[in-house]
Design a protein around this ligand. Structure first.
Ligand code: ADQ
Length: 430
């Protein structure tokens, strides 16, 4: 079983969304597509993934010069493989147990089954001796399965989220099989040296080749979005002296409630003068209980803080629970004096880098959790510990006061280390 593609990317999602366009599809806004598209076009590449609609069979099609190979997921797969094992077992386990993972045998069965189908679709698409690059925690069994079907392939894997310390990982009832899946790789890439170290300590001498490849963004693309009307945006929130911003998927790992509590505490102490917080939160994994609870807590805090400190026609927190178009996001980043990125744990956090990319003039300040992968690179940020509220408050106060020079250094770093370089570094190592 071989195909014609010399380079194959395998990811849970295809890089397209359904749209009212001539083809019926539009490119999804992710940076991964932008980084890999040139390589895919150059090497007659193919992308294997789920088209985003359950119970729908989509024939392979070409989109903007890239061959797309859809894998069908049923509603049952979506519930057990995606919401279940991927996002209710692995996601909390790999983020150091911020909430308790649930381990269900049916979810695991479904994960194994879906990974096998992804491996089969990949085997059918890949030319003899092709290079295959598998993405992320939903597909950890694919390398091992694929290796057994196609020993001729070169297989790389990149983990976008953290890899936990061995003692945490060992909770997983199916730990051996997951490790065997990853051992099918020629190269495994991690976000931080610490993740790589955790994996190597766990697996020991039999570990395949590994490396640290911090992912990044396309700084030019996001900064172009920031050239919109910054003044109008600031006016629309009442032209405050200080505009603070949060941008996240609404996920319990992101520490959204903690930053709201820190903001509230500073207002209470009279330490923030004429400041407004804008929080954009994309709906995410909304059928999972822990996500519902996080949303309830965030929305309750927004209501309480506005009730306590807002005026009629002038709330202190502007909260949007919707996705904002990528082209519009840049204006928010450019308009914000202080960006709040406070996850309890995060593989990288691209929002932090996107914010920096929109401040080529050196304005703005970044409050950044020590537990985000981005903190390894963005050392000039105002670092904080989201488990320690006074430390978040202190970082916000320091950021409002500002540190000229810090943003320029970070901007230079992100410009130099973009997502194109990330992809090239990984593929060259592979
Ligand atoms: P995520 O957990 O989704 O990614 P992040 O890296 O911040 O986290 O990426 C989120 C992306 O979604 C950003 O590009 C951002 O612009 C966009 N986004 C967020 N909120 C939005 C909103 N309200 N409207 C529009 N767009 C919004 C996972 C890992 C991260 C890792 C990435 C990439 O959890 O740690 O950095 O993959 O590897």
């Amino acid at each position: 079983m071989t195909g014609a593609n010399r380079f194959v990317v395998v990811a849970n999602r295809l890089p397209v969304d359904r749209a009212e366009t001539a083809s019926g599809w539009e490119a999804s806004p992710g940076g991964l597509v932008a980084a890999l598209a040139p390589v895919l076009r150059r090497h007659k590449g193919c992308w294997v993934g789920w088209p985003g609609e359950a119970d729908t069979q989509v024939e392979p099609f070409e989109f903007e010069g890239i061959q797309l190979q859809p894998v069908t997921l049923t509603r049952h797969d979506y519930e057990d493989f995606y919401e279940g094992f991927s996002n209710s077992s692995l996601w909390p386990l790999y983020h150091d147990l911020i909430v308790a993972p649930r381990y269900e045998a049916e979810w695991w069965e479904s994960y194994r089954d879906v990974n096998r189908r992804f491996a089969e679709a990949t085997a059918a698409a890949a030319a003899p001796g092709a290079v295959v690059w598998v993405q992320d925690y939903q597909l950890q069994l694919v390398p091992g399965l694929l290796r057994a079907m196609r020993p001729d392939l070169t297989i790389g894997f990149f983990l976008h989220i953290p890899f936990p310390p061995p003692d945490i990982f060992r909770q997983l009832p199916w730990r051996e099989e997951v490790i065997r899946g990853l051992e099918g790789c020629d190269l495994i890439g991690f976000q931080r040296a610490e993740d790589e170290e955790n994996f190597r300590t766990l697996v020991g001498a039999s570990a395949p080749r590994t490396g640290t490849f911090p992912i990044s963004i396309d700084p030019g693309a996001i900064a172009r979005g920031g050239e919109g009307d910054v003044a109008t945006l600031r006016e629309s929130v009442g032209s405050p002296r200080t505009l603070l911003l949060g941008v996240d998927r609404l996920d319990y790992t992101k520490g959204i409630l903690q930053r709201l509590l820190a903001f509230e505490s500073l207002l209470e102490q009279g330490m923030l003068d004429d400041a407004i917080l804008v929080q954009l939160a994309t709906p995410s994994r909304e059928r999972i209980d822990h996500y519902r609870q996080t949303r309830r807590e965030v929305e309750e805090a927004v209501g309480r803080i506005n009730g306590r400190f807002g005026e009629v026609g002038r709330p202190v927190v502007h909260y949007i629970h919707r996705s904002v178009p990528k082209s519009r996001l840049g204006v928010f980043y450019a308009a914000a004096d202080v960006m709040l990125v406070t996850p309890f744990k995060d593989g990288m956090n691209l929002v932090a880098k996107e914010y920096v990319a929109c401040h080529s003039d050196g304005t703005g300040a970044l409050v950044l959790s020590e537990f985000a992968g981005a903190a390894v690179e963005l050392r000039q940020a105002f670092l904080c510990n989201p488990f320690d509220l006074p430390s978040v408050e202190e970082a916000i106060r320091a950021a409002v006061a500002g540190d000229p020079g810090a943003m320029r250094a970070m901007h230079a770093w992100v410009t130099e280390h973009d997502v194109q370089r990330w992809a090239t570094d990984f593929l060259e190592a592979l």
